[in-house]
Ligand binder design. Sequence first.
Ligand SMILES: C[S@@+](CC[C@H](N)C(=O)[O-])C[C@H]1O[C@@H](n2cnc3c(N)ncnc32)[C@H](O)[C@@H]1O
Length: 272
Amino acid sequence: MSLPVFRRMLWSLLAATAGSAAVLYVLYRWLIPAAVQRSSWLALLWHAVIFERVLDILTGSSQPQRMLKAVQKNATKGDPQSVISAIDHYCRNKEWAMNVGDDKGLILDSVLTEVNPSAALELGTYCGYSTVRIARLLSPGSKLITVEFNPAFAAVARQIIAYAGLQDKVTLVEGPSGDLIPKLRERFGVKSFDFVFLDHWKDRYLLDTKLLEDCGLLQKGTVLLADNVICPGTPEYLKYVRSSPRYESRYYKSNLEYTKLEDGLEKSVFLG
Ligand SMILES: C[S@@+](CC[C@H](N)C(=O)[O-])C[C@H]1O[C@@H](n2cnc3c(N)ncnc32)[C@H](O)[C@@H]1O
């Protein structure tokens, strides 16, 4: 190959590389953020699938491990509020995660404080963010059972709950909610729950609510608080709690965690 031909090839290669890098940069800095702000499905696809997987490959770690690291680096042991702040800061500035988040978290705090439960149940622990939020507000002697079927998530959640100093208030049970709910009374001696936070896979909300009813784990006045009723959405559950004479239901409008897209919580009081 002659020198001029080689030079031309080299320049073409450099131009193609620079062009691709520029296109990727424009996509990453402007086009993707603009699209993600308009569509909740695009937001979930980008944050929870593409970006998270790319980070997994680049860092050789999982999102729960990265979140645990952020807690260990930035939060104070035994201080639940600092654990919550460390996770929120990480998820607002580094990577999105499916925690209930700071905006809806304030609604969760206020409903929980109003109910002041002695026995609370959480379906869907993930890394323990909402577990810490709930457990830190429980009165002395009150207990929270949280259910998670992914062992890797449960292992991280245990460490985050312990870091917050809340391990004595929380029992983390590993397994699928549908199998565990019928065993809760026998295994943990709970008669019924005063407060249930539904935040696991959305197609389980209705099934598990009916299971809780059938197992007699709801009593008159039990408050169910359901996350993500708009995004990704739980239409069948909403239809049920809003139309059933057994519930008095109210929607609390907010944002999908760490975004400006609409999402909200549904508070439903079981009337017996
Ligand atoms: C949205 S995340 C929970 C977030 C958490 N509540 C928070 O705000 O920090 C949902 C979690 O529920 C778990 N999950 C989904 N379906 C479940 C089921 N049927 N039983 C137990 N865990 C489940 C998933 O593995 C995931 O970790």
